[in-house]
Design a protein around this ligand. Structure first.
Ligand code: NAP
Length: 280
């Protein structure tokens, strides 16, 4: 039976460390500040932003939420980002995605100063990840690395399979595993023999967005299985991409949903904000 990797526990440990770092920084007159922009009334986005606000409070980061109406223009949004870029008390800027369709997400990301881009979505930060010279890592992949390190299993030389090639999860995840000397295979919707490829993985990372996608026959006995998925099952309950009941007896380590990757993502945002405040 797999050991469950508790993202909640790992996340609490990192938050305690961050909290004491922030106490030290505050004693030196540095108060890490995060500005979050939310456009429109998307209920899920509102919950995410509220959770970020609470997490900031927990570790002593000053947060400010800019709630903008859905009909705001690109120019108005760009103007606000420009103002936040120029403010010394704002160390991190995050624009909650998705944005209403008339707004250009790429333009928004490009407008955030790379030194304040705590999501690490700016092309400069993406390029830095590629060459292994980075300050910020995108929050979800960074959180997953913490979870894998927590198992103490050596990554170098292992076969790692990442299912999914999105810019925010799959691609950076693959790059981080490569930097740690894993042999990485990236799978996507056009991959042939997916189950066979997955079944050779020592570390399997599922970032697909389909409930129950990874089944026991796709998992090598003893493998580390990381479930990034956040889906709703037929009853509306949160579930991952991994068919947990069938995979748990086969895997060596497994992350649950909820309580696995999810809590790590916000914690890594806090860490990036503290890093940004240290460096400005
Ligand atoms: P995404 O942009 O939709 O990407 C999904 C990836 O899965 C794509 O690369 C797609 O391939 C691939 N895929 C879809 N169907 C497939 C199939 N049948 N076989 C193989 N590959 C397939 O999603 P994302 O943003 O990376 O997110 C993935 C999941 O993680 C979602 O459930 C999301 O909610 C969750 N998530 C969780 C967190 C967290 O903090 N826990 C953070 C971010 C995302 P193609 O490229 O070929 O289309």
């Amino acid at each position: 039976m797999a050991v469950r990797i508790s993202g909640k526990e790992v996340s609490e440990k990192i938050r305690r460390q961050l909290k004491s770092e922030v106490v030290n920084m505050r004693s030196l007159g540095i108060i890490p500040g995060l500005a979050v922009i939310i456009v429109g009334d998307d209920p899920a986005s509102k919950v995410y932003v509220r959770n970020k606000e609470l997490a900031c409070q927990e570790v002593g980061i000053r947060s400010e939420i800019h709630r903008l109406p859905a009909h705001i223009t690109q120019e108005q949004l760009n103007h606000l980002i420009g103002q936040l870029n120029g403010r010394e008390d704002v160390h991190g800027i995050l624009v909650q995605m998705p944005l209403p369709p008339h707004l250009d997400e790429l333009e928004v990301i490009n407008n955030i100063h790379p030194d304040k881009d705590v999501d690490a979505f700016h092309p400069i930060n993406v390029g830095k990840i590629m060459i292994g010279d980075y300050r910020f890592l995108p929050c979800t992949p960074a959180g997953i690395m913490e979870l894998i390190h927590h198992t103490k299993v050596e990554i170098a030389g292992k076969n790692c399979v990442v299912i999914g090639r999105s810019n925010i999860v799959g691609k950076p995840m693959s790059m981080l595993m490569l930097h740690e000397n894993a042999t990485v295979t990236i799978c996507h919707s056009k991959t042939r023999d997916l189950a066979k490829i997955c079944s050779r993985a020592d570390i399997l990372i599922a970032a697909v967005g389909k409930a129950g996608f990874v089944t026991a026959d796709m998992v090598k006995p003893g493998a580390i299985v990381i479930d990034v998925g956040m889906n709703r099952d037929g009853e509306g309950k949160l579930c991952g991409d991994v068919d947990f009941p069938s995979v748990e007896p086969v895997a060596g380590y497994i992350t649950p949903v909820p309580g696995g990757v999810g809590p790590m993502t916000i914690t890594m945002l806090l860490k990036n904000t503290v890093t940004a405040a240290k460096n400005l």
